[in-house]
Every structure is written in structure tokens, then in C-alpha cells.
Design a protein around this ligand. Structure first.
Ligand code: NOJ
Length: 552
């Protein structure tokens, strides 16, 4: 893994919505090249681009029909090579999204597989004569009937995303060969889509839920990742992050412990389910703040103690915008976005910043289902109607939960299509693009954008951000999250107020080591008076550093 991993910050790009060089409805790779100076100024080390391979776009590129070719909608291989070179010149590495739990049913392997039960590629997929009760994560049965052969194939996601059969050694070799192709081109890392779902329990048993127990962190997943490490990662400096669906702490330690030679780090999603009432995503819910702290604290301490490494994130292309979700998208948008930024970037792990988060983009308040494009949201809407909700009620849920919340075009300036393109974009722009945009944020030294830039720089300056242990001082407090990060030579104190009401807080005795002095590194309000008791303002955030007067 790369040496800089513990100081690095990754910026996630959803190319379809980032920037259109060709002034079309969708973004493209040259659009990313156009914005590299901005990303270098921000200080990020890696760009993770979500898939831009050939794809019928049923799931916006997570349905790959050719892993070796770039979808013409995004540009050409020459454009990609230019992006790699231009990014490298600015000290930025490009990370690719590898989607190998499934392919599109338009992939050549699946088309071959359809030719008959004895075709070589048939066994690249998972076929059964009878379906079991496993459910697709996008709704409905996880099995689709294929009339020619009279069998069912497994699809944990959309019907057009057929699951690959990792039990087959030749399939594994085909995947590794493809990954080596991109590694040889000079990419700096890989993000591995739902990689903890690749090993299915061969019994294909049923349970009383949706079947996830039989394929989440499945029986051979660590073996497969170790093989991937040997075949693709070994001898190369690659940053690798696995997206882990419904995983456990123990597994994530194993996935990311350097001695096990699997991955550099893992994404888990437990902290983003604190607004799922009874675990149900498609229901309106307020978020459980104490639960959020508990989950993040458990992972901070558990990964630190176990030698694993966390990927830190509030946002991605599958999540609503964090300022709408855990902050205040109205009056306190700027301060609450800064508070959320500091709270996350103070933790141990590698922070991921999703396009637009750095300017506090919010959910766009979708009004009509016709405005949405996401397959999961469109399915969910139909299911909500079928469950008895009326259109307005169903739309209220979609407005809060949809993945399209984060997929609206990036807001670059206050021009007609926000500098994203000169054509009507594929998904509508948020209404606030006139004043929430990069140009405005660059011009305002007090903006959320400048705050993120300082946080990114701090990570490179203070080793305690990478190494320090974690302790939460307010586990049960209804609005305060106060934690320390401590190493032998330094300590950080991060105070985050999740709320608009006035709040006072006094630091307990003994937290600050005897004889250490303090400096305020960052705040979202002018510096408070000196002392260890604060009258906190709405969504207040304070980041202090302590250090011995004479180094130990
Ligand atoms: C996770 C990706 O982030 C999401 O966008 C996609 O729909 C599923 N995996 C299936 O590939």
C-alpha cells in the first residue's frame, strides 16, 4: 500500500455529474481534466472515479458490459490516459471503481452463458433450477428466469446485473487479468464495489430475512481477496478500498490488516443507517445522534485496537447529502457543514470527500417522481405506492432517501447550468446553484470550501491525526460529540455541537495532560475566550491541539 495512505485524502467523482467538457447532458473524462487545478488546490491526493466503462447505464455504470473499454459517453482511452498523466503531474493518483460482484447482462460473458448450459461462460454466473427466497437489494426476488435454458440466475442488484460465480477459478483469473490491465496503465488504486458479497454460501439456503447472511462476508471472501492481492496488488503501490455491505468490525479488521494482505481499508455503512427506522431505509426517520456516536466510536476504537484501517465518509453517490441529513440545510448551512467536516476529518482513517460536499451542496428537494433517474429510487417509489402510501407520502420518503439527492450536477458557478455544461443536464440541477457554487466559495475565505482545504492540510501537518487513539468524552449527550485523539507527543480535542440551541460545555478535569499547552487549530466561529468551558453557538465546532511545552 502507498506510504502516504495515512495522510491521504480521497476525492470522489461521479463523472456523469461532475463536469461536461463537451457541453453535453452528461459529464465526461475531459471535464475532470478541466477541473484538476481546482482539485490540486484543494489538496486531495487521489480521485476515485465511479465507473465509466461501457455500460447500458441501468445502474449508472455499475452494470458493466465491457471492463476494457470506456463508454463513449465519457470519452476515449486517450482521454483517460490524458487524465492519468495530467493528474500525476499534479501529484494526484486516479482510483478506478472495480465492479466484479456482477456484470451487466449485456456483457459478452453473459451473452455467451445464454448460449447453453455447456458453454464455457455458463459457470461464470450463478444458475439454479429453482429460486430461493433471497431478495434483490433493489427490490423483488434476487432470481430472474431465463426461458431458453429454463434456469434462474442470481442478481443481488438489478435484474440486468447478474452475479458472478467466484467459485470458478477461471472467472477469478479473468477478473485479475482485467485489474492488471488497469494497474499496468498506471492507476493508483481501486475501489471495489460490494466486494464482501462475492462469496456465496454454496448451499443457497433460505432464512427468515432476505438471504444476506448467506453471502455477506461469505465463506471464501478472505481467500479470494488474498488471491487478488497476490495476483494484482503485490509489488505495486496501490491504494485499495473495499465497499463492505452490512459487514462486521471483525471482518473489516481482517480485510484491512496489512499483515493479512487483502485491502488497504474498508467502507462500512453502519453509521449511515441511524436514520433507518427499524432498519428500514425507505421510511421517514429522524437520525439517532447517540447511536451515530456509538457506532463511530466503536469503529474508531475497534479498528485502532485490531490494526485495521477505516475509510471515513459522510457522503457518496448512494447517500443523501450530509448537510441535509445530519446538519441544517437552512439557516445554519455553512456552519453545520463545517462542523460535520471537522467532526469526520478529526477521526482516524482516510477521509473521502464526495463532489459538492466541499461547498455544502444539499438535497435538491425533488418534487415529482419524473425528476428522478435512479433505478433503486424508482423501484422504491412503486413499492411505497403498492404498500398503501399516496403519491405525496411516497414522494416525501424519496425526497429524503433517494440516491439521486447526491447525483445532481456539480455546481461550479452561477451560469445557467452552473458551469456543469451548456446543455440541460441529465438530472436536474438543485435550485440553489446560483449562490452555492465553487466560484462563490473560492471567493469567500470563510467558506466551507476553505474550511475543507484547511482540514486536508492539517492531516498532512499533524501525525496525531493518523496515529492518535480515540476517546469519546460525551457518549450519551443528546447534542455534543466531544472526542480526543492522543499520541505520545500530541493530543487533539474535537468539539462538535449537533444542534442550534445554545449549549455550554466544560472539559472534565484531567483530560489535558499536565503541563501541555494548547492551540486552536480550527473553528467555525471566531475564537472563543481562553479557558476550558465554552458557551457553544449553533452547530459550533472547535478543534484544539495540545503539545508538551518541552517535547517528551
Ligand atoms: C454499490 C454502488 O455504490 C451502487 O451505486 C451500486 O448500485 C451497487 N453497488 C451495485 O453495483
Amino acid at each position: 500500500m502507498p506510504e502516504n495512505m495515512k495522510q491521504a485524502v480521497v476525492y470522489q467523482i461521479y463523472p456523469k455529474s461532475f463536469s461536461s467538457h463537451r457541453q453535453q447532458a452528461t459529464g465526461d473524462l475531459l471535464g475532470v481534466v478541466d477541473r484538476l487545478d481546482y482539485l490540486a488546490w484543494l489538496g486531495v491526493d487521489y480521485l476515485w472515479l465511479t465507473p465509466f466503462y461501457c455500460s447500458p447505464q441501468k445502474d449508472n455504470g455499475y452494470d458493466v458490459s465491457d471492463y476494457y473499454r470506456i463508454d463513449p459517453a465519457y470519452g476515449s482511452m486517450a482521454d483517460f490516459e490524458l487524465l492519468l498523466a495530467e493528474a500525476r503531474q499534479r501529484g494526484i493518483g486516479i482510483m478506478l471503481d472495480i465492479v466484479v460482484n456482477h456484470t451487466s447482462t449485456e456483457h459478452a460473458w453473459f451473452r455467451q452463458a445464454l448460449k447453453g448450459r455447456d458453454n464455457f461462460y455458463r459457470d461464470f454466473y450463478i444458475w439454479r433450477d429453482q429460486p430461493n427466497n433471497w431478495q434483490s437489494k433493489f427490490g423483488g426476488s434476487a432470481w430472474a428466469f431465463e426461458p431458453e435454458s429454463g434456469q434462474y440466475y442470481l442478481h443481488l442488484f438489478d435484474q440486468t446485473q447478474a452475479d458472478l460465480n467466484w467459485e470458478n477459478p477461471q472467472l477469478r483469473q479473468a477478473v485479475f487479468e482485467m485489474m492488471r490491465f488497469w494497474a499496468d496503465k498506471g492507476v493508483a488504486g481501486f475501489r471495489l464495489d460490494v466486494i464482501n458479497l462475492i462469496s456465496k454460501d454454496p448451499a443457497f439456503s433460505e432464512d427468515d430475512s432476505d438471504g444476506r447472511h448467506f453471502y455477506t462476508d461469505g465463506p471464501r471472501v478472505h481467500e479470494y481477496l488474498q488471491q487478488m492481492h497476490r495476483e494484482v496488488f503485490a509489488g505495486r503501490e496501490l491504494l485499495t478500498v473495499g465497499e463492505m455491505s452490512s459487514t462486521s468490525l471483525a471482518h473489516c479488521i481482517d480485510y484491512s490488516h496489512p499483515e493479512r494482505r487483502e485491502l488497504s481499508m474498508t467502507f462500512n455503512f453502519h453509521h449511515l443507517k441511524v436514520d433507518y427506522p427499524q432498519g428500514q431505509k425507505w421510511q421517514l426517520g429522524r437520525f439517532d445522534f447517540v447511536g451515530l456516536k456509538r457506532i463511530l466510536s466503536d469503529w474508531q476504537q475497534g479498528m485502532h485496537a485490531g490494526g485495521g484501517w477505516n475509510a471515513l465518509f459522510w457522503c457518496n453517490h448512494d447517500q443523501p447529502r450530509v448537510v441535509s441529513r445530519f446538519g441544517d440545510e437552512g439557516q445554519y448551512r455553512q456552519v453545520s457543514a463545517k462542523m460535520l467536516a471537522t467532526a469526520l476529518h478529526g477521526l482516524q482513517g482516510t477521509p473521502y470527500l464526495y463532489q459538492g460536499e466541499e461547498i455544502a451542496m444539499a438535497n435538491p428537494a425533488f418534487q415529482h417522481i419524473e425528476e428522478l433517474r435512479d433505478v433503486e429510487s424508482l423501484n422504491a417509489y412503486q413499492q411505497l405506492l403498492a404498500s398503501g402510501l399516496d403519491r405525496a407520502q411516497a414522494m416525501a420518503v424519496i425526497r429524503q432517501k433517494s440516491r439521486d439527492n447526491s447525483r445532481t450536477p456539480m455546481q461550479w458557478d452561477n451560469s445557467r447550468f452552473a458551469g456543469f455544461s451548456q446543455t440541460q443536464p441529465w438530472l436536474r440541477l438543485a435550485d440553489d446553484a446560483g449562490h452555492i457554487n465553487v466560484a462563490a466559495a473560492l471567493a469567500d475565505p470563510d467558506s466551507v470550501l476553505h474550511h475543507y482545504r484547511r482540514l486536508i492540510a492539517l492531516r498532512k501537518q499533524y501525525p496525531v491525526l493518523a496515529d492518535g487513539d480515540y476517546r469519546c468524552l460525551t457518549p450519551e449527550h443528546p447534542s455534543l460529540w466531544v472526542y480526543t485523539r492522543r499520541s505520545a507527543a500530541e493530543m487533539l480535542l474535537v468539539i462538535s455541537h449537533f444542534g442550534a440551541e445554545a449549549q455550554s460545555y466544560r472539559l472534565p478535569e484531567g483530560v489535558i495532560p499536565e503541563g501541555w499547552q494548547a492551540e486552536l487549530l480550527l473553528s467555525n466561529y471566531p475564537a472563543p475566550p481562553a479557558g476550558w468551558q465554552w458557551q457553544l453557538r449553533p452547530w459550533h465546532s472547535l478543534l484544539y491541539r495540545f503539545y508538551p511545552v518541552t517535547p517528551p
